[in-house]
Design a binder for this molecule. Sequence first.
Ligand code: MG
Length: 185
Amino acid sequence: MVKSKTKAVFFDRDGVLNKSLVIKGKPKAPTKFKDFKIYKNLDKLFIRLNKTHLIYVVTNQPDFYNKKKRYLVNKMHDKLKKKLKIDKILCCYDISDKSKFKKPNIGLVKKVLKNKKIKLNQSFVVGDRWRDIDLAHNLNCKSILIDRKYKEKINKKPDYVCTSTIQAINIILKNEQNTLISSQK
Ligand SMILES: [Mg+2]
């Protein structure tokens, strides 16, 4: 029997897996399929990471609150899943911050982890904005901020700061290696 995974990585989408459009220093999620560009050289790292971690994408897409154009989000997510080894994409379309499903609230994540034995304090959130770091805090996960030099502040201090998704994944892989070594001692 395959041993089920006990760790997860929750990736933000825009600015982490695909490029955000940056307008006046602020990131903006792509709303057109042609603007949905996935960062290069992540595929092999995802395969490695998925050997030890469940991989989720957690994303807010309030621009698609109106259902008419959601086929575009589906198209984007099909492209993403084809390219990267992802277990599940959790997408919230709600506009109001009061929604328990909208990041940094943890409703979507809790729902998907219901029957899984994930150790959240050994899991990671990787993101480029305050909502991601706050999500990590609310879940009691470790956080990695990818600093894209936006003109906006973060709320809580992240556990790690780096400048690319490749670096972020390498931090997690190294962490995993260190845990392995210390458990063998
Ligand atoms: Mg983002």
